[in-house]
Design a protein around this ligand. Structure first.
Ligand code: CTP
Ligand code: MG
Length: 210
């Protein structure tokens, strides 16, 4: 079965403040190159780049204003029967986790990686320690997220026509009424979001081999 890997890479990286994250370097490689290497096995790779950016030898589409719009543009270019959507901001792709995900996608039609919450989870109430939430009931959602392409396409079409925006694709598919399997992720697939995450990524890059 043909698998397309779709890489939304068109964000502006505001929280880090050093331009689009796709082109930040860790361990001597851009985050985009890390993600591309992690999915080198894919039948098809498509990347959504910030408008005006281009990378030779790569199938790309222009990114949209939001992550959801970037993924919509990617989906229009994707030809695989199964699509895996993966944030370029997550440079370290753990092969075993992706294999677990693929199994669930084939069984359920939609699945995402997720990890347990390691710390105590509390509501902030007026800057005070509020209600503690039982963390064992919660998961932190990662990517890749995998779908039969037809399901994700239908969810995106519906969301566009109703004008709703979500932060990830699993949420879109769930909103459509389709079950989404939760598959054990891996903490090394963290999202580079804040400046200090670059130091963590740099450290991990030193001991990583694809
Ligand atoms: N993304 C995208 N198109 C957008 C916004 C985000 O393709 N219009 C992508 C980012 O490139 C990233 C992923 O979605 O790979 C997750 O987004 P996030 O971590 O929020 O990255 P940025 O939006 O770039 O960062 P920030 O929110 O700090 O500006
Ligand atoms: Mg963002």
């Amino acid at each position: 079965m043909k698998v397309s890997v779709l890489l939304p890479a068109a964000g502006s990286g505001e929280r880090i403040g050093r331009g689009p994250k796709a082109f930040l370097r860790v361990g001597g490689k851009t985050l985009l190159d890390w993600a591309l290497e992690g999915f080198a096995w894919a039948d098809e790779l498509v990347v959504a780049l910030p408008p005006g950016f281009h990378k030779d030898g790569l199938k790309s589409v222009p990114g949209g204003q939001t992550r959801q719009q970037s993924v919509y543009n990617l989906l229009q270019a994707a030809t695989g029967e199964v699509v895996l959507v993966h944030d370029v901001a997550r440079p370290f792709v753990v092969r075993a986790a992706v294999e677990r995900l693929m199994e669930a996608v084939l069984a359920v039609g939609a699945a995402t990686l997720a990890v347990p919450v390691p710390d105590t989870l509390v509501r902030e109430e007026d800057q005070q320690y509020g209600e503690v939430i039982s963390r064992e009931h919660y998961r932190l959602v990662q990517t890749p997220q995998g779908f039969r392409r037809a399901i994700l396409w239908q969810a995106h079409q519906q969301a566009r026509s109703e004008g709703v925006e979500f932060t990830d694709d699993a949420q879109l598919v769930q909103w459509l009424g389709h079950p989404v399997a939760l598959v054990e992720g891996d903490r090394r697939m963290f999202k580079v979001t804040y400046p200090e995450d670059l130091a963590l990524a740099e450290g991990l890059a030193q001991v990583w081999n694809y």
